[in-house]
Design a binder for this molecule. Structure first.
Ligand SMILES: [Mg+2]
Length: 175
């Protein structure tokens, strides 16, 4: 069963500490393929969701200033974001739906969260408006970006909590 409200057609995810977590101590985001793992519980929380044609549309919105600072290329950042989305949802997102900000933290750009640019780009890619979109994240900048874009926000802890409640309450359906 989907954990999302029935009117939602597009779910945009933050990456770090929402779909994935870094396995290298002290690092804010992975710089390479061996430096992350799916956030514990996220696969289970999203297991009942159908993505793609006939289901929900999938997108990502991530601040990736580590690209600006030279720790990874934009191409690697995109690949790692797509890998994380696929690991968490079982569905590889369209490349154009994976939006990230590669500017400096203090660039004052229109895309870095809490600005709404990444969310607006993701909605434009899918042709779906803010009233049918949900943004899932873990940080205050995510909540603020959603508000600036006019999009509903769901904290990942709530998503994980719903999943654990759901697995308990639906136990009678087994057998
Ligand atoms: Mg995050």
């Amino acid at each position: 069963m989907s954990p999302f409200p029935p009117h939602v057609r597009l779910v945009i995810f933050d990456a770090d500490n929402t779909l994935r977590r870094v396995t290298v101590p002290g690092r804010v985001c992975p710089w390479g393929p061996d430096e992350w793992e799916p956030l514990p519980g996220i696969r289970e929380a999203l297991a009942g969701v159908a993505w793609g044609e006939g289901g929900l549309r999938l997108a990502m919105a991530s601040n990736q200033d580590q690209v600006f600072y030279g720790h990874l290329t934009a191409g690697m950042a995109r690949r790692l974001l797509m890998d994380a989305a696929e690991a968490a949802t079982g569905h590889r997102p369209e490349e154009g739906a994976v939006r990230f900000c590669a500017h400096a933290m203090d660039a004052g750009c229109a895309c870095r969260k809490p600005a709404p640019g990444l969310l607006e780009q993701a909605m434009a890619h899918h042709g779906i408006g803010p009233d049918q979109t949900l943004f899932v994240g873990d940080a205050e900048v995510d909540r603020e970006a959603a508000a600036h874009a006019g999009v509903a926000f769901l904290h990942v802890d709530e998503l994980l909590g719903q999943a654990s409640l759901g697995s308990g309450s639906s136990s009678h359906q087994k057998t």
